[in-house]
Design a protein around this ligand. Structure first.
Ligand code: ADP
Ligand code: MG
Length: 729
């Protein structure tokens, strides 16, 4: 190593120094150690309380006040035994990430001392000041206070010696100010609607459960290098940086051997996850250098989402212990792949059937097709809304680039499912019914090949792919709260299933046989939602044209994509399912536009600062060094010789000057574009102005800085380069 201008903190160069410490205990000995799970409940709660709480959780019922007091008492004893001294309501405001306000378990004892205390009231409900969190103006129209209320379906846990109680966060007038509230409402809606449809096939079904298995992608960067990049520190991504000569072209990173320093981090992280009851299972290198992935075993969606949010904060902490920083930004580095968070999603019944998995009998397979086709219809109707659910200032860098799904939502089914859909579409249902006799024997449609379950033809270019027994929503961003996508998807599917059930029921009331009614409706849904089905290459330009012809939403400007939340169809769907009302939707969009603007604004400020205070001075210094050199050359050689020698240096000096002058001009343009945008009062207009006028200037500035990076003396360059950030580990 010739030189290292930036101090690498980790033991990057002495790989042998990094030992992967395999813990002495086995996972089953510490799994769930910091979770107030049923085992802990049983141990710490009086029998009647335990039974009452379990009943409330299983039957989705509220807790009585007496029961809450008794639960709080047991929970406090458990938490204190585990070393906790504080408690907090842990909730998901409309920012990324989670919020918590800690209180100690103490109260005055009336004798000048304190007693440890935690009551049912404190467990069940609190009143954080809603005005400090994004609320899109709800607090102006209604009440400043908000309150958080315990979500008993997700167990309390201990993080950093603090008892965390998962809660919803709503305004005093009942509007949601978080992600969890509408997610729970959507899960409830899909439960009801799904159950009605599942009962066509099996009257014993009482609940339909939504499952989520997320795959979290992330980058690791050495702490010392990270600290020397103000853009990474302030915005989570590099705002400049020329591609490294080697990046991912050799495709040698994906599934490659995990470097030992990283492996040591991963193992530590997994142990922390397991202690918190997060069933982390899979880990591997991703496509880009220094990019990795962690995936758990799938869980019920609300719990899975809590676990993902928890993971993101635990990850950041564990990374610091290993002198790494974890980057969850969707596109920390230009030119190499960005990070997503694939959301593997399915529905299942409380009788244990996965509804997107083909079954063994004809009846099972009709149920499978019914649910799959309803999902396709919902995604088709709300494709613009689903895109809005995954859109953000940060994810915009990833979508549409040739590495991630395009900014168009479509469904990949694979050959086998496609041929079944086609056969159904072209069949005469009445004939099909009479032909099948005992259903299934004669008609291929019902005999879905068993190989479908381990479906291997997997189209990586699709944003929403059927993968054998689930759908994989791949467009979700790595830093996102999955609830944003999950609440829209589950609500849209719930609404579609309701519609389906009522149409089938109407047919049956008119005397049609149930099976025939289902088949007729399935067939018409297949025809109606053909536009969403696309098995080709999602990265191609032809697809963009084709998608536009099909009438799919092709908008690429994020602030305009958000409009989908407020279309008449979306508002009606959300209100019909009881997931969000118009007031909430309008308020949430205000927050989305505001967040978009703020993120770009921060990036633009950091970029301006780096350009003017870091890059221009260094380029100037190098330029004047070249000028000095020229003068010296002239004094040494005669005119014709020195002109020849100096030619290239002159050229370089001129090019540097050109880049610098464009950078200065563009920074000025960017600043005035910001000023103009800031003067706009409407949040939507402001976000659009940032998108249309500020971002192009930023891109120009970056382009010219990256050119300078290639010319200026490496010793002088003030920022760690991509080759350092991406390959030192
Ligand atoms: P790949 O990278 O090949 O897509 P992974 O093994 O990394 O697959 O991740 C698959 C994820 O899907 C895991 O989190 C897994 O638990 C989850 N999963 C598997 N089956 C289902 C299902 N029926 N519903 C929801 N998630 C599922
Ligand atoms: Mg996957």
């Amino acid at each position: 190593m010739s030189k290292l201008r930036f101090k690498v903190v980790g033991e990057a160069f002495d790989r042998k120094a990094v030992k992967v410490n395999i813990p002495e205990k086995r996972p089953d000995e510490y799994y769930g150690e910091f979770v107030f799970n049923r085992k802990a409940m049983y141990q710490y709660l009086p029998k009647a309380t335990f039974e009452g709480l379990v009943h409330a959780i299983d039957h989705r019922q509220p807790l009585s006040r007496e029961l809450a007091d008794s639960v709080a008492e047991g929970m406090r004893r458990w938490a204190i035994d585990k070393g906790a001294r504080h408690y907090t309501h842990w909730f998901h405001p409309l920012t990324d990430g989670t919020a918590e306000k800690h209180d100690a378990f103490i109260d005055h004892d009336g004798k000048g001392g304190v007693v440890e205390e935690f009551t049912g009231k404190l467990l069940v409900q609190q009143e954080p000041d809603a005005s400090s969190f994004p609320n899109g103006g709800i607090r102006n129209t209604f009440e400043a206070r908000g309150y958080s209320a315990w979500d008993i379906s997700s167990p309390a846990f201990i993080l950093d010696k603090t008892l965390c109680i998962p809660t919803i966060f709503i305004s005093y007038t009942g509007e949601s100010l978080d992600y969890k509230t509408p997610l729970l409402r959507a899960l409830n809606a899909v439960d009801k609607a799904g159950t009605a449809v599942a009962r066509f096939f099996d009257p014993k079904v009482n609940h339909v459960i939504s499952y989520l298995g997320w795959e979290q992608e992330y980058f690791l960067v050495d702490e010392g290098l990270y600290a020397a990049r103000p853009d990474l520190v302030m915005t989570g991504r590099t705002l400049m940086g020329h591609e490294s000569a080697k990046n991912q072209q050799l495709e040698d990173h994906y599934f490659g051997a995990i470097p030992s320093r990283v492996e040591s981090f991963m193992l530590d992280l997994e142990i922390e996850c397991h202690k918190l009851g997060i069933p982390a299972k899979t880990r591997h290198n991703e496509v880009a250098p220094n990019q990795f992935e962690l995936a758990p075993i799938f869980e019920e969606t609300n719990l899975a989402n809590d676990h993902n949010l928890l993971l993101m904060s635990v990850m950041a902490e564990v990374a610091r212990r290993h002198n790494f920083r974890v980057l969850l930004h969707e596109k920390p580095f230009a030119g190499v792949n960005g990070s997503g968070k694939h959301n593997n999603w399915s529905l299942g019944t409380d009788t244990g059937v996965l509804l997107f998995a083909p079954g063994k009998t004809a009846e099972d397979n009709l149920q499978f097709i019914t649910f799959v086709v309803n999902v396709m219809a919902a995604v088709n109707k709300y494709n613009g809304l689903l895109k809005a659910s995954i859109s953000s200032a940060t994810n915009a860098h990833r979508l549409g680039a040739n590495e991630a799904p395009p900014a168009i939502i479509s469904i990949f089914t694979g050959k086998q499912l496609a041929s079944i859909l086609e056969a159904l579409e072209n069949s005469n249902v009445a004939e099909l019914e009479s032909l099948s006799g005992k259903m299934g024997k004669n008609v291929g449609i019902y005999q879905i090949p068993e190989i479908m379950i381990d479906n291997t033809d997997r189209n990586r270019t699709s944003p929403f792919a059927f993968t054998g027994n689930r759908f994989e929503f791949r467009a979700v961003g790595s830093s996102a709260n999955c609830a944003s996508a999950m609440l829209v998807l589950n609500a849209a599917v719930a609404d579609q299933l309701n519609d389906f059930a009522s149409k089938v029921n109407t047919r049956v009331e008119k005397g049609e046989a149930l099976r025939q009614a289902i088949l007729e409706e399935v067939k018409s849904l297949i025809i109606e939602s053909k536009a969403i089905h696309f098995d080709g290459n999602g990265y191609s330009d032809e697809w963009k044209e084709e998608a536009a012809r099909r009438g799919l939403d092709c908008e690429t400007s994020v602030p305009k994509i958000f409009d989908s939340y407020l279309s008449a169809a979306s508002i009606e769907m959300f209100e019909r399912t009881g997931v969000l009302n118009r007031v909430e939707l309008e308020a949430r969009n205000e927050v989305k536009w505001e967040m978009y603007t703020k993120k770009i604004q921060i990036e633009a400020r950091v970029l301006g600062d780096l350009a003017i205070n870091h890059i221009i001075p260094v380029a100037t210094r190098y330029q004047s060094f070249l000028v000095d050199n020229l003068v010296k050359i002239k004094s040494l050689f005669d005119e014709s010789k020195s002109a020849k020698i100096a030619q290239q240096d002159l050229q370089t000096i001129e090019t540097i000057a050109e880049h610098m002058s464009i950078i200065k001009e563009e920074v000025e343009k960017m600043v005035s574009a910001r000023k103009e945008a800031n003067a706009l009062r409407c949040e939507r207009e402001k976000a659009i102005a940032y998108h249309d006028n500020v971002i192009p200037a930023m891109e120009n500035i970056r382009y010219h800085i990256d050119k300078l990076e290639l010319m200026v003396d490496n010793e002088m360059w003030p920022l760690p380069k991509y080759r350092e950030l991406l390959f030192i580990r």
